[in-house]
Design a protein around this ligand. Structure first.
Ligand SMILES: Nc1ncnc2c1ncn2[C@@H]1O[C@H](COP(=O)(O)OP(=O)(O)O)[C@@H](O)[C@H]1O
Ligand SMILES: O=C(O)C1=C[C@@H](OP(=O)(O)O)[C@@H](O)[C@H](O)C1
Ligand SMILES: [Mg+2]
Length: 219
């Protein structure tokens, strides 16, 4: 059982880790609104895709707009925000995200590359290497990024490790985990963090997570 007091939840993690997919489920369960920061940057810039923003402008231009979006969101309440995978590399973004709670979706690189190969790399400009097949392109670049960014993701308040969930479920296969399994673990980890870092307590709005019955109840 824990209470969020309307604090926003920011999902961080590598491309393909499921931030956008799991974020929508979390928002629904919590009665929060969902925002995808990539979509908000597209709207702010007036372009239809992140890929086009990278192409017409630059990664630096995208990062500047990404920070502006996170700054604007940080003054709001009751949001689940799926950040872009690179949001963690700018310290200023942590100033914004620390106004709420951050959750790292920690997914093995091989699983990330398999997911991305299924949908293609076109929408993720950093992975789009036309000379390679999509799995190899994604795996090679993601391995490098994971190495560079590992410590930045570890700044998050809570970590959801797919390897740990799969081990708990007794099969060790992360590809069997559904977005719902991951959302439930995220709620449990957020609950642990909130309970270990108590703020002023009130009974109304407390959340009770029961991972066996898969129920989340607002008291
Ligand atoms: N638990 C999961 N199992 C299998 N595929 C998933 C899972 N979560 C997300 N995906 C798929 O992986 C891809 C990347 O997910 P997405 O939510 O867009 O990640 P992110 O926003 O972190 O880049 C999407 O095609 C999505 O449908
Ligand atoms: O990791 C990154 O640097 C990026 C991740 C993307 O978002 P997703 O993590 O939702 O794919 C998007 O912001 C952009 O292509 C850059
Ligand atoms: Mg996304």
């Amino acid at each position: 059982m824990f209470q969020l007091n309307g604090r926003c939840i920011y999902l961080v993690g590598m491309m393909g880790s499921g931030k956008s997919t799991v974020g929508k489920i979390l928002a629904e369960v919590l009665g929060y609104s969902f925002f995808d920061s990539d979509k908000l940057v597209e709207q702010a810039v007036g372009m239809p895709s992140v890929a086009q923003i990278f192409k017409v402008h630059s990664e630096a231009f995208f990062r500047e707009n990404e920070s502006n979006v996170l700054r604007d969101l940080s003054s709001m309440q009751r949001l689940v925000v799926a950040t872009g995978g690179g949001a963690v590399i700018r310290p200023i973004n942590w100033n914004y995200m620390k106004k709420g709670l951050s959750v790292w979706l920690d997914v093995p690189v091989d699983a990330l590359a398999k997911r991305i190969a299924q949908v293609g790399t076109a929408s993720r400009p950093l992975l789009d290497q036309p000379s390679d097949d999509p799995y190899t392109a994604a795996f090679t670049k993601l391995s490098m990024l994971a190495e560079q960014r590992g410590e930045a993701y570890a700044n998050a308040d809570a970590r959801v490790s797919l390897e740990e969930i799969a081990a708990k479920q007794g099969h060790g296969d992360v590809s069997k985990l559904t977005p719902t399994d991951i959302a439930i673990e995220a709620l449990l980890q957020v609950g642990n963090f909130v309970n270990e870092h108590p703020t002023i307590h009130s009974q109304v709005g407390d959340l009770q997570v029961d991972s066996h019955s898969r129920r989340v109840q607002t008291l």
